[in-house]
Design a protein around this ligand. Structure first.
Ligand code: PEP
Length: 260
């Protein structure tokens, strides 16, 4: 069975002190959130990575992720953070290509491709985000957009590298809007992504890669989304900032796993 993943993207929220409170609240439920096939990822802002890694170090099913990285290992790049620095905090993952990075910081596929390669070289697992805008979906170009976002980034990796990637499908129109993709819409795109991976690499590689759904996942819709065959979990924004909501979302996945 593919590893199931629930990841919380805190975006630019929480001070160190607030982050400690949130993590401690989540850890109170740690016992019931455990399942051998489930990985929980917390992605706080850079200054919280060391603290988050230290607080969760006894919980092997919890990993820490950065939300971004630079594509160089070190040097005169004021304000940037390298994958090696992220790794040195104890974090193991990095989100790359979030639509907010593409939109507000003009990150394109060629830059994201560089970031993915350097992240992998430094032992970080990239959580690579792809997704279409509402106008692209309305124009029915969403499949072409996603295909292009895959082809220009992770499809240049070799087999040993692609197998280390986590993909997150995040339709831009669903992020932070309260309007989630329906389970049918999400499943359809996840199936499409898995098929593209199989065509480019091999069927067994496509079967192993976790594909997460992101976009207004809440306790109310998590179960129906995560029940879909090709949806291997979620990348959760807003709802990951509230421990009750985040724990409830994780519990939906645990419930599904226990029925298998
Ligand atoms: C995200 O930021 O990746 C996200 C999916 O946000 P939200 O859950 O708030 O829509």
């Amino acid at each position: 069975m593919r590893t199931k993943i629930i990841a919380g993207n805190w975006k630019m929220n929480k001070t160190v002190q607030e982050g400690i409170v949130l993590i401690e609240e989540i850890l109170k439920s740690a016992g019931k959130l455990q399942h051998e096939n489930l990985q929980i990822i917390l992605a706080p802002p850079f200054p919280l990575l060391g603290m988050a890694s230290a607080l969760t170090s006894d919980y092997r099913f919890i990993s820490i992720s950065a939300q971004n990285c630079y594509y160089k290992n070190n040097g005169a790049f004021t304000g940037e953070v390298s994958p090696a620095m992220i790794k040195s905090t104890g974090a193991n993952h990095v989100i790359i290509g979030h639509s907010e990075r593409r939109m507000y910081f003009h990150e394109d596929n060629s830059l994201l491709s560089e970031k993915i390669k350097v992240a992998l070289q430094n032992g970080l697992t990239p959580v690579y985000c792809c997704g279409e805008t509402l106008s692209e979906r309305n124009e029915a170009s969403h499949y072409d957009i996603i295909k292009n976002q895959l082809e220009e980034t992770i499809f240049s990796l070799d087999e040993e590298e692609i197998i280390k990637i986590v993909i997150a499908y995040e339709p831009v129109w669903a992020i932070g809007t309260g309007v989630n993709a329906t389970p049918e819409q999400a499943q359809e795109m996840h199936r499409f992504i898995r098929t593209q991976v199989a065509l480019k690499f091999k069927d067994d590689i496509a079967e192993k890669i976790p594909i997460l759904y992101g976009g207004s996942v809440k306790p109310e819709n998590a179960y129906s989304l995560f029940s879909c065959t090709d949806i291997d979990g979620g990348l959760i924004g807003g709802a990951s900032l509230n421990s009750n909501d985040f724990v409830a979302i994780i519990n939906s996945m645990v419930e599904i796993l226990r029925k298998k």
